[in-house]
Ligand binder design. Structure first.
Ligand code: SF4
Length: 178
């Protein structure tokens, strides 16, 4: 049984106000997500993205090892030609702090799937062995084959395909807690 009140306090203290408790066994994992990572995504091959992540089957098994987790939703205005990198880094740093503080409460399996592909460094060698910030590097939900749209909607949160530019964009992190 999680101490939800204590965890809520950690999350809200970092400024996150929109999140839902989930059973990670309900996370939708799909092969098509991996295909779209491999073909069509500019981030393919970065250090915490496919092909440096587990197989789709192993990702599904990984989520099945947890009974409790959170979907954290965040929103900002973005232009595809001027991505708000500073905002993204700020969100990543706060999410890593949340993961750390929850771990220190005794939830030793705490693990963050970050709201973006790992972009902590200006240059990324593109593999785990040469990663320049191994302790803070985290994969995104997509890189673990999560159908983010379906999973987020199933949890009752809003997410839409962005059809205009510039526009409000949604970013999703998943925090596994046990
Ligand atoms: S921490 Fe740096 S080197 Fe490691 S995966 Fe992320 S961007 Fe690449």
């Amino acid at each position: 049984m999680q101490n939800e009140a204590a965890i809520d306090k950690i999350i809200t203290s970092k400024g996150f106000s929109e999140y839902k408790w989930i059973n990670p066994k309900d996370i939708v994992v799909a092969q098509w997500v991996r295909v779209k990572c491999t073909f069509g995504c500019n981030d393919y091959g970065l250090g915490a993205c496919p092909p440096n992540t587990p197989t789709v089957d192993d990702c599904g098994r990984f989520f099945n090892e947890y009974d409790t987790g959170l979907i954290i939703r965040m929103e900002t205005t973005a232009d595809k030609d001027a991505y708000p990198a500073n905002w993204s880094l700020e969100m990543t740093n706060k999410l890593l702090e949340v993961e750390r503080e929850i771990f220190l409460k005794g939830y030793y399996k705490a693990f963050l799937l970050n709201q973006s592909c790992c972009s902590l460094c200006e240059e990324c060698p593109g593999n785990r062995l040469e990663c320049l910030d191994k302790s803070r590097s985290r994969p995104s939900p997509e890189s673990f084959a999560v159908d983010v749209y379906q999973t987020v909607r199933n949890a009752g949160l809003k997410i839409e395909v962005v059809s205009e530019n510039p526009s409000e964009i949604t970013r999703i992190a998943i925090l596994l807690i046990e």
